[in-house]
Design a protein around this ligand. Structure first.
Ligand SMILES: Cc1cc2nc3c(=O)[nH]c(=O)nc-3n(C[C@H](O)[C@H](O)[C@H](O)COP(=O)(O)OP(=O)(O)OC[C@H]3O[C@@H](n4cnc5c(N)ncnc54)[C@H](O)[C@@H]3O)c2cc1C
Length: 388
């Protein structure tokens, strides 16, 4: 069931189709996928291709390049439904597919851009956003990667970490210093780097507590040469591109958490209507009924923030404070829901045959990725400060 009240018929159909494909193709495989690669997990390429065949991948590719050019609201709804099966997969699937702007804003030929679009829309290619480094997390301006001009090429060196789709993407948007004599706002450039270029090395994916279907990890760049036309946007303006991208990307994260938290509630409601203690269904004990009501109210509030932000994004309104407020508040509400939903199932809540412990493991990282809750509070608080 699609929870977004204002959905159009088309949005509802797309979201429901995505949910059905995941329920049929992905859900039965999840345990095996989580256990694959000695517990590091595996990205489900089968489900990825089934969704791509149904036209649900890379839905923001412009029509001029053969895509559907669908907005944030529609894509968020589709991701919510996919997240009801696995919010880590949804995050990676969306991350891979929605990075066509890296290609589009590079200076490669139109022919090359069209060829990339074709591969992407077939589900055979995708991108990643490579900003974070071991010494540059919240403070992204502390990055150390460099790009040095050599004739008509740039030579890139650096180490990226915690990059979603490091091992599954076919190209990266890599941020590196091109001029260290100025600030990051003027001296960092974004480069289109294909994953099969000489000098690109991908270590084993990160071993995380959850998100096992997400391929997240490092990218090592050793004397990687890219032609000049691989600059994305303008030379030296990469940092503002990165920050600008986060404006809608940050609140978009709530789509994954709303879907997963809603699934946790649905499971808890089902259980509470089946489990009897003290001679009645546990939902008939007011303590449980009120707890369930509170969980639903939290996700409804998170969803309202999410779609308010997505709608504003679709209208081209800069989100500013709302981006960070949604990233922090909506996501924390959903993580709290996942934590509390376990309580409804008592001892069964923490057992692996029920999906609730996995939902909590998967959701926990969302308060960090895309910018931590503390940094979002810092951004919101800054809008309230008067210079004295
Ligand atoms: C699953 C996952 C996927 C990710 N995907 C990507 C990706 O695709 N691309 C990418 O570039 N990055 C990605 N990241 C990285 C993510 O953006 C960073 O983890 C995040 O920005 C925080 O950086 P850090 O982990 O180095 O923590 P740190 O910055 O070291 O922060 C540690 C703690 O200190 C707090 N802190 C730091 N500075 C302040 C301050 N000024 N005031 C108050 N508190 C502060 C933080 O909030 C946090 O609690 C991903 C991370 C995860 C976990």
């Amino acid at each position: 069931m699609v929870e977004y009240l204002l959905a159009t018929d088309e949005q509802r159909e797309l979201a429901e189709l995505a949910g059905q494909i995941c329920e049929k193709e992905l859900a039965p495989q999840i345990k095996a996928l989580e256990a694959a690669n000695n517990g590091l997990g595996a990205y489900p390429w089968d489900a990825h291709h089934k969704l791509a065949d149904a036209g649900l991948y890379a839905m923001n590719v412009p029509k001029a390049y053969g895509g559907r050019d669908l907005g944030n609201v529609t894509r968020a709804m589709v991701m919510e439904e996919i997240s009801k099966t696995d919010c880590g997969f949804a995050f990676s699937f969306r991350g891979l597919g929605d990075k066509f702007d890296t290609i589009l804003n590079s200076h490669i030929s139109e022919e090359e851009k069209k060829a990339w679009a074709e591969r992407i829309l077939r589900g055979d290619a995708g991108g990643a956003f490579a900003l974070t480094e071991p010494e540059a997390g919240s403070d992204a301006s502390a990055l150390q990667s460099t790009a040095v001009k050599d004739g008509n090429e740039w030579v890139i060196n650096g180490t990226k970490c915690m990059i979603n789709n490091a091992g599954t993407a076919s190209y990266f948007g890599v941020f590196a210093w091109t001029d260290k004599s100025v600030s990051a706002g003027k001296g960092v450039t974004c480069f289109l780097v294909e994953s099969d270029r000489d000098g690109v090395r991908i270590p084993e994916p990160d071993d995380m507590m959850g998100l096992k279907l997400m391929n997240c990890g490092g990218i090592i760049l050793e004397d990687v040469r890219v032609p000049e036309d691989h600059i994305v946007g303008e030379l030296g303006r990469g940092f503002s591109t990165a920050m600008g991208k986060l404006d809608v990307a940050r609140p978009f994260n709530a789509a994954f958490t709303c879907g997963a938290a809603q699934r946790a509630i649905d499971e808890a409601v089902k259980y509470a209507n089946e489990r009897k203690q003290f001679g009645k269904y546990i939902i008939e004990h007011q303590g449980i009924a009120f707890k369930l009501a509170e969980l639903q109210m939290k996700v409804d509030a998170a969803r309202a923030m999410l779609y308010y932000a997505m709608e504003a994004g679709d209208k081209g309104i800069p989100l500013g404070r709302l981006a960070s407020a949604t990233k922090a508040e909506a996501i924390e509400l959903c993580v709290a829901v996942a934590f509390d939903a376990i309580q409804i199932l008592g001892g069964y809540g923490v057992r692996k045959e029920y999906p609730l412990e996995k939902i909590l493991r998967d959701l926990r990282a969302y308060t960090v990725m895309g910018g931590t809750g503390e940094i979002q509070r810092k951004i919101v608080a800054k809008t309230m400060m008067i210079k004295h």
